[in-house]
Design a protein around this ligand. Structure first.
Ligand SMILES: [Zn+2]
Length: 211
């Protein structure tokens, strides 16, 4: 399975309308953790506990169907001061979905997830879809992909993906999904401890972050 661990700057610049990195304050070291595909009962509450231990804030790109099934967890995400974003209702692939069907699926998610942030599943979006969605959303991509969904690597390799690529302002993708649990449960505690010791704080993405 090939996927880029780190999205290079030149590529980010090809798509300036997308948000690839979070704000970096003066003399501040900040990372932006994002968790896609939840909320899931066996995993998301654990993630929230980990974040709370470090006073870390994060952004959860939720799948509408999962929010519908797990409203209490969704509410807990909000209550604990995290940001949420729209990740479509059924985790649909933009490249394989007709324009209107795609927009309808995003709108169905909107009934569950109130947010001006949108992240396309798989990072895949056709130009026409992007154009339409930008009227209502800030489209959030990422700089660092941990690969926590990849069963062909070890937890340690997944951790190396993060710690060799993340730097001040990086948006990092992790998944609060069953598929990623094995790597996530190894990487997240390490990540929080490692960067906390280096003086980083963990921030939620806001609509004001520049793209
Ligand atoms: Zn996803």
């Amino acid at each position: 399975m090939y996927y880029p661990i780190k999205i290079p700057k030149w590529f980010q610049k090809l798509f300036p309308a997308y948000l690839w990195r979070g704000a970096t304050g003066q003399n501040k070291k900040q990372l932006y953790l994002t968790f896609d595909d939840g909320p899931i009962p066996q995993i998301t509450p654990w993630v929230l506990d980990q974040l709370r231990a470090y006073k870390a804030k994060a952004t959860f790109f939720c799948v509408g169907a999962n929010v519908q099934k797990n409203k209490a967890i969704y509410q807990r995400i909000l209550n604990e001061g995290h940001q949420v974003g729209n990740h479509t209702f059924n985790h649909v692939n933009g490249w394989k979905t007709k324009h209107q069907d795609y927009i309808t699926n995003v709108t169905a998610c909107r009934e569950q997830v109130e947010s001006k942030l949108f992240r396309p599943p798989y990072g895949r979006l056709k130009w026409q879809q992007a154009k339409e969605l930008r009227k209502d959303y800030k489209i959030v991509m990422w700089e660092v992909l941990a690969g926590d969904f990849d069963a062909s690597i070890t937890g340690e390799q997944c951790w190396q993906n993060v710690c060799q690529s993340a730097k001040n302002g990086s948006i990092i993708v992790l998944h609060d999904s069953q598929k990623s649990w094995q790597h996530l449960s190894y990487v997240l505690p390490k990540l929080l401890e490692h960067y906390h010791r280096q003086g980083f704080t963990f921030e939620a993405i806001t609509i004001e972050d520049e793209s």
